[in-house]
Design a protein around this ligand. Structure first.
Ligand code: GRF
Length: 218
């Protein structure tokens, strides 16, 4: 890590396995960011323990302690403002952010969503993809825009669905891919290999017409 590495804040709500993959990549030297803080809206999120174990400040903006959504959003915005991140990473953060926060970090905020977007926005993607008898599923890293799970995509990881797959078996294969593509995409953004310009992803300065794709068995 060098002083030029971009200040990065990770927002979580739960177990933080993606956060752990990010921490591991930073420690391994393959992801060049400075992890400034981890913020959770849930005081019990296990990801907070992961942050503390790695020596990263773990901050709780406790959703249930606020009288209304606006007060929570203001507290979150203020916490972020003080940290002054150059990159904001959503890693299992289970709240839809208000437009003001999304706009503030336009081109600097990433999310990972467990589907091959634009398919299966929203929740329960594993259940839905199995019910639809699709042949492929996966996960997508994308820039965040106000519309849910709709921002410009950077990279996808694709797995073939097996006839005996359950939600759990499919999730575990897709999540292995998340731990690969999320640190990679964040590093691209940190190094400015990937940039957002007028809602278009640029890769090495060229428009990315389709997200990069990694296949499970490639
Ligand atoms: C990930 O699978 C991601 O796709 C979704 O939320 C999950 C978070 O898991 N956005 P974890 O907290 O990183 O373990």
């Amino acid at each position: 890590m060098t002083s030029a590495d971009p200040r990065t804040v990770v927002l979580i709500s739960g177990s933080g396995t993606n956060l752990q993959a990010i921490i591991d990549a930073v420690e391994a030297g393959s992801l060049n960011i400075k992890l400034t803080a981890v913020i959770s809206d849930q005081p019990e999120a296990f990801g907070l323990e992961r942050a503390r174990a790695a020596g990263i400040p773990a901050i709780v903006v406790n959703f249930s302690k606020y009288d209304n959504r606006d007060d929570f959003d203001s507290a979150l915005a203020e916490t972020l403002e003080q940290l002054n991140p150059e990159i904001v990473v959503l890693a299992g953060f289970m709240r839809i952010l208000p437009t003001a926060i999304v706009a503030r970090y336009h081109g600097q905020m990433l999310n990972i969503h467990p589907s091959l977007l634009p398919k299966y926005k929203g929740l329960h993607t594993y259940r839905r993809v199995l019910a639809a008898a699709d042949t492929f599923h996966g996960t997508t890293v994308h820039y965040v825009i106000p519309e849910l799970d709709a921002g410009p995509a950077i990279i996808q990881y694709r797995v073939a669905i097996h006839s005996d797959d359950t939600e759990n078996s499919l999730a575990s294969r897709v999540q292995r891919g998340e731990y690969e593509i999320y640190p990679l995409a964040i590093d691209w953004v940190a190094s400015k290999r990937v940039q957002l310009q007028a809602n278009q992803v640029l890769f090495d300065g060229q428009p990315l017409t389709e997200p990069k794709l990694i296949d499970e068995y490639a």
